[in-house]
Design a protein around this ligand. Sequence first.
Ligand code: HEM
Length: 416
Amino acid sequence: MAIEEQEFQLDNSFLDPAVQDDPFESYATLREQCPVYRVPETGLYMVTRYEDVREALTNPETFSSRPGAGAGGANEASKAHAAVFAERGWVKARTLQRTDPPEHTHYRKILGRVFTNRNVEKMKPRINQLTHELIDQFIDRGHCEFVSEFALPLPGIFICEQLGLPAQEYETFKRWADAMLAMSQRPLTPEEAIVQAELEVEAQHHLAREFEKRRAEPSDDLISLIVHAHQDEEPFTMEELQDLMHQLVTGGFETTTAAISKSMLLLLKYPEQMEKLRADPSLTKNFIEESLRFDSPVAGLWRTTACPVELSGTQIPEGAPVMPRFASANRDREIFDEPDTFNIERDNVNQHVAFGLGNHFCLGASLARAELLAAFEAILERMDDIHLVDEMEEEVHHFSFFLRPMKKLHLGFTKK
Ligand code: HEM
């Protein structure tokens, strides 16, 4: 199928940091006028309506999760990046999120044994304790920089501990996690790509030692559960383990940080909702889901068409990169009444797709929910009169094509 030029063009570009910072008007325009939009600068097909996003997420035969050339691009930077792993580390196998059924079913079945509700229940006491330890460090001061002092270290230290790294090494871990995400956040030069790959290879060597330790001596942390989850099937190879770990770190860290920071900012922007929540803390779970809907931390993810397909009138050729845009689907008025109103009492909020949908539905959703719940229960219990100290910067987020990482959130409060 030849690539059709689209007549419709947005006035602004999705590569413009200001649009990434506040894309909601552009999404609304697209949902109405061009629901499957070929982003002119990248050739990516952005899917913006809820029903189309659902279609893309539930039809892996057409919308494959196996990365195609279009999704990653074999440019100079990605070649230089790959060479570092081939020479000094492990070339990651293609597992879980980067596979389709039946391969995906195999990985999902094994990892399903690790991310059970029972295991997440067991993690909750430590999550609660860590939440309070972090608040202890700034509660008497009456102010904090919420992103770096709370939203980053809560999921960061937690995963770190689960991966067998002491909490003091959290800064090292953060650099590794940033390196793992670097290639998908923004275009890099080959030199920059090599620096990031070298950092990731350092992480791989650390993880490899931890895997081997757990193979010999099982413990009750996440690494050990993953290493031993195969039961009577073939154990995961080192290449598979490296790829799984990459997904857990990139999937579980910045996403949760963004969710915690955005949820906080939303309460400050909509004080009447904060009041409602304080008056009735049983709304906390619903508030968390509404925040995930209203400003979805993962704006969208990649698929590649396995065959030519037409979606809402747009012809998409085989092998094309497609991005179901969760953040736009979650503002679709066909599903959500007054979608641009932040309403913590919304009754159908659970229809949001912030954790995806279908067979790749977020494996860490119950862990992320546990972290968010612990965070806001503790904040509401211990901090009163929370307010912004400084004017927010004009652009609140770091540039990223698919995540919503906030730069800073300076808060003042009184101790309860
Ligand atoms: C608020 C926080 C989070 C958000 C918004 C989020 C979002 C998502 C989304 C949208 C997907 C679907 C991917 C797709 O369709 O291709 C996904 C998958 C995944 N997430 Fe999360 N996630 C979060 C937290 C976590 C955590 C804490 C972990 C683990 C520690 C995690 C691990 C994963 C993994 C491994 C997958 C791939 C599942 C598969 O392909 O079967 N996520 N996540």
